[in-house]
Design a protein around this ligand. Sequence first.
Ligand code: PAF
Length: 281
Amino acid sequence: MTAVVRTREELARARAAAPGSVAVVMTMGALHEGHATLLREARKHADFVLATIFVNPLQFGPNEDLARYPRTFDADLAMCEAEDVDLIFAPTPEVMYPHGQPQVTVHPGPLGEVLEGAVRPGHFAGVLTVVGKLLLLTRPDLAFFGEKDYQQLTLIKAMVHDLELGVEIVGVPTVREPDGLALSSRNRYLSEAERATALALSRALRAGAARREPAAVLAAARAELAGVDVDYLALRGADLSADPGPGEARLLVAARVGTTRLIDNLPVHLDEAATTEGESA
Ligand code: PAF
């Protein structure tokens, strides 16, 4: 039975009564199989699983439609029940930001300005601020985040390390449709034709990941993206450093398909070091 709490007081009471280790999975709702996988991982590693559902206004830009973001609480609750979640914290914006727009936020540093941060100014300050607050409110031992939002995951790890927040951040590999499309709450906006176009992203990443030399990785990926409205295609270190050395690196892509913006990434194994400025098509 999944309990639902909406205020800080209710959360504090439920958290104090939680037995053993606690894992949190933070979401903005509109849960899909990718979230179910995070919840299942959390269930494997902790005695008490807490999910948060909060559409965080702070991480939406002025031109991004916060009102249009899907809100599907009843279905989300049913998924949490099915995944044996102990507690859902689903606050309103007034509960999370009782004094309105916070004056002090978490600055993501230089990594917050590139890739997604270059296209969505202020986005990662909004993400890190709410994740920091939710970590302090829920006090978990472990927190699970999807690799689909790889830059977000990397920045959350950096925040927890740099601010000594004392929680283990666990990254979980992206869940994909059988044809390769990464699961995303935004896929519901794609028409059938757009969905077919969107497959180019995962195809490009797979083509790139099959190569071992940076220029070849980028060329193979770029070839699959012909005709797609690409925001960026970038090869970076596994920690998103600008110059991946030999070993594990990350290939990332963002593109617009119709009015929907999609992101995806895959690990790549490089044989040689080389410079790799992000490329755009
Ligand atoms: O990945 C998301 O759904 C959100 O960015 C998060 C981590 C729940 C913060 O609002």
